[in-house]
Design a protein around this ligand. Structure first.
Ligand code: SAH
Length: 372
């Protein structure tokens, strides 16, 4: 049975012709009637996936620790935005704010909280989770409308939900992948006429092979550019945490998740989550071009261990019963461990800052190479 959104997309294609993967992606997640984030509860056991902040409070706490370090390293600005893009249920921000309140109450007093969220339903959930901070919080649909001042920002599993375009090596150059109607009216992938400027293709890797796929994400780059321009002008740092690759390369990473299982991307539009891996190199290049410094990226495991997740887990477990201790240990393993089903290595953390400063747990920033 096609989903209601599959019928809507089929009708659109019947009228106007094939659509790009980017348009398909955007409709799946954000269609005003049937889009995934508009209608579904994606998180948790009954949803389709579990994100780091929903696994354990330790994750948001470590982001809180990072924010305190960063605020101090930036010279304790008297006014600051604490901004999150794509806050989901608001769990990460709640855990981070509790930690900031404990470690640096003056920082919490100075902070204004800005949540950037396009789903009305999820902003409602965030409002509930963060009720005790309601005087300090403003919601936005776009980062650009957050007030222009010093900003510390986090985006966890946000960029993977922003649409990508796909280009396939046909043997006669790269052509854009589209979605069309098959013989019996089902959605299927096809090749469109649009090409891509070869200078935008990564030189390394498997690009020369017919069938190779390159994913370009102009919408992601544009968001990073807006953030980086703000940081370069007003100061601050931004953390991007997501699954993806540190170096731009080739490969089809479009994936659908339905009830914790991989699903075919065209099978259940609007009902399955649709994402793709994040190209961290592309994001770093965009930030550098906008005048920011990109710190050397870390794996999520190194990021969390560097901020003291093991010590914090020990403190949480001390005095707890053995069942609680085991579940804390299990959470640390999932968040920071390596191997199947663990997030410590698959997930990467990119930090960009408006000024070149050393930020724990990242290295001394690499030299700027972009236009500036
Ligand atoms: N950070 C959360 C949620 C990740 S899911 C967590 O880790 O649990 C992606 C989030 O991004 C959802 O809140 C979704 O509604 C939001 N989102 C998707 N597209 C967006 C856009 N263009 N602008 C702002 N938020 C968006």
């Amino acid at each position: 049975m096609p989903t209601p959104l599959a019928r809507k997309i089929a009708e659109l294609i019947r009228r106007n012709g094939p659509i790009s993967v980017a348009d398909y992606f955007a409709m799946c997640l954000a269609d005003p009637e049937y889009g995934y984030y508009r209608t579904r509860e994606p998180f948790g056991r009954s949803g389709d996936f579990v994100t780091s902040p929903e696994i354990s409070q330790l994750f948001g706490e470590m982001v809180g620790v990072f924010f305190v370090h960063a605020w101090q390293a930036h010279g304790r600005p008297a006014q600051l935005n604490l901004t999150e893009i794509g806050p989901g249920r608001g769990t990460l921000m709640a855990d981070a704010l509790r930690t900031i309140g404990r470690l640096a109450p003056d920082m919490l007093d100075a902070a204004q909280i800005h949540l950037v969220e396009t789903s009305e339903r999820l902003s409602g959930v965030q409002r509930q989770t963060l009720l005790r901070y309601k005087e300090k919080i403003a919601w936005h649909e776009d980062f650009a409308t957050t007030p222009a001042r010093f900003t510390l920002l986090v985006a966890n599993e946000f960029f993977d939900a922003i649409p990508i375009r796909q280009f396939i090596n046909t043997g006669q150059g790269f052509h854009e992948r589209t979605v069309r109607l098959g013989q019996s009216g089902e959605l299927e992938f096809a090749m469109g006429p649009a090409g891509i400027d070869p200078s935008l293709l990564p030189a390394r890797g498997e690009g020369a092979r017919p069938g190779a796929i390159f994913e370009a994400a102009p919408a992601r780059t544009a968001i990073m550019q807006t953030i980086a321009e703000r940081l370069a002008q007003y100061g601050g740092s931004a953390l991007t945490i997501d699954y993806g690759h540190l170096v731009s390369s080739y490969g089809d990473t479009l994936q659908a998740l339905y009830r914790h299982e991989y699903d075919l991307p065209l099978l259940r539009p609007g009902e399955a989550d649709l994402t793709s891996h994040v190209d961290f190199e592309a994001l770093a290049v965009a930030a550098i071009a906008a005048g920011c410094h990109a710190h050397r990226p870390l794996t999520q495991g190194d990021f969390l261990v560097g901020l003291g997740i093991l010590e914090r887990a020990g403190a949480l477990g001390a005095g707890a019963d053995s069942l609680t201790r085991a579940s804390i240990q299990d959470a640390v393993n999932r968040l920071a461990g390596v191997g199947a089903g663990k997030m410590g290595e698959l997930f990467k953390v990119l930090c960009v800052s408006g000024t070149p400063l050393a930020l724990s747990p990242f290295d001394i920033p690499t030299k700027q190479t972009g236009a500036n």
